[in-house]
Design a protein around this ligand. Sequence first.
Ligand code: TYD
Length: 195
Amino acid sequence: MRGRLLCVEGLDGCGKSTQTSLLVRWLRSLGYRVLRTAEPTRGPVGRLIRRGLREGMPAEVEALLFAADRMEHASRVVLPALRRGGMVVSERGLYSSIAYQCARGLREEWVREINRFSPLPGLTLFLDLPPEECLRRMGGKDLDLFERDLSFQRRVRRKYLELAVRGEVERVEGRGSVEEVQGRMRERVLRWLGR
Ligand code: TYD
């Protein structure tokens, strides 16, 4: 595979979307061909997931839906772009499933197993912001079941930090101004690109 896959991870409300937009714009200005995408997708499985997150569903069902969405996303979007040699920047990916579905009480080995056909990102940036701050930024309106549960968000964060210690994701300090955080992300990306 010639292309590169970069994922941006973090809690709901951590600033992922803003930072991903800036990062993609910057990468394009450096001359990279970048496809920006996200999980859950806007496809049929992604739509099922969004409805499920509002109404609640068993953790196992949820995990399987995320894995199915990812598989569909990989074959339709991510892998073709990587084969063309492009760069894919995805908001969320495999490590969202590990962090969130394990925080829902599922075994990590099983979550990995059902996701084993997904492409592994070359770099995953975990934008780390305290859950209280994330919740404050989301403003409390129109939140889904995950988003309004602070103790759940704390468990998700703990799992991301565990992944960072194991070197599977790179923790990026999420506090500070938009520019400061963006600067930290760019530094990691440049290192990854060998520039
Ligand atoms: P989110 O990134 O908030 O999507 P959108 O902004 O388009 O609604 O993702 C929705 C929720 O799904 C979020 O709380 C994280 C959760 N999630 C998982 O639990 N597992 C996963 O594998 C993914 C991709 C997301």
